[in-house]
Design a binder for this molecule. Structure first.
Ligand code: 5GP
Length: 208
């Protein structure tokens, strides 16, 4: 890590403690209901969602700047070189994803709850750089249910579903065996999972 980045983190640490801002990392395999949960957290807790940059093509219904910033490999490389990302990773061995550093730091410093929906590699980097971030991993109730939900989305073909399922299994194993996550929430019932996640965050905010 560059010296200047470390300094920024230290400043942010102090500022966020004073202002009540919180950096919230939410991970979980595709199809686990993570997007629904994070959008609901955004609404209930007045949090703001961090919009990532990605090299993945824009899908139908996605809006540039709302869902992601869709950028080229070249621009992604440039941002990595400039230190513009708080974390970045290649997800599912395919496309690259990164969290823009500046908006996240500014919003946490201003006292806001900033929500990152990022994979396990990204979560690990964020926790290393900023141990005060609160990280939650969303789990499916079972393998069978995860497969059923992946198929139900009808977003990918059979091969992509199989790849995402295998990746999900790896992510779950990692999340359970590492200390990257402060809490695990099983999404057996969406409303219950949202309530539990909100409770965990509120508890964290009152104890730190
Ligand atoms: P999707 O392509 O389905 O929108 O996202 C694929 C995966 O990439 C999800 O697990 C999501 O959490 C992860 N992801 C999205 N944005 C970022 C990011 O900025 N950094 C990292 N490390 N992962 C991300």
């Amino acid at each position: 890590m560059k010296e200047s980045q470390g300094h920024t983190h230290l400043q942010m640490n102090i500022a966020s403690e004073k202002s009540g801002g919180l950096l919230l990392v939410v991970s979980g395999p595709s199809g686990v209901g993570k997007t629904t949960i994070t959008r609901e957290l955004e609404r209930r807790l007045g949090g703001v969602f961090s919009v990532s940059a990605t090299t993945r093509p824009q899908a139908d219904g996605e809006v540039n700047g709302r869902d992601y910033f869709f950028i080229t490999e070249h621009d992604f490389d440039q941002k990595v070189a400039d230190g513009d990302f708080l974390e970045h990773a290649k997800v599912y061995g395919e496309y690259r994803y990164g969290t823009p550093r500046e908006p996240v730091e500014n919003k946490v410093e201003a006292g806001q709850i900033v929500i990152l929906d990022i994979d396990v590699q990204g979560a690990k980097q964020v926790k290393e750089a900023m141990p005060q971030a609160f990280s939650i991993f969303i789990l499916p109730p079972s393998d069978e249910e995860l497969m059923r939900r992946l198929k139900e989305r009808r977003r990918e073909d059979e091969a992509s579903i199989a790849r995402r399922f295998a990746e999900a299994k790896r992510e779950i194993k990692f999340a359970e065996s590492s200390s990257v996550y402060d809490a695990h929430v099983v999404n057996d019932n969406l409303q219950r999972a949202i309530e539990e996640t909100c409770c965990l965050i509120n508890h964290r905010r009152t104890t730190v």
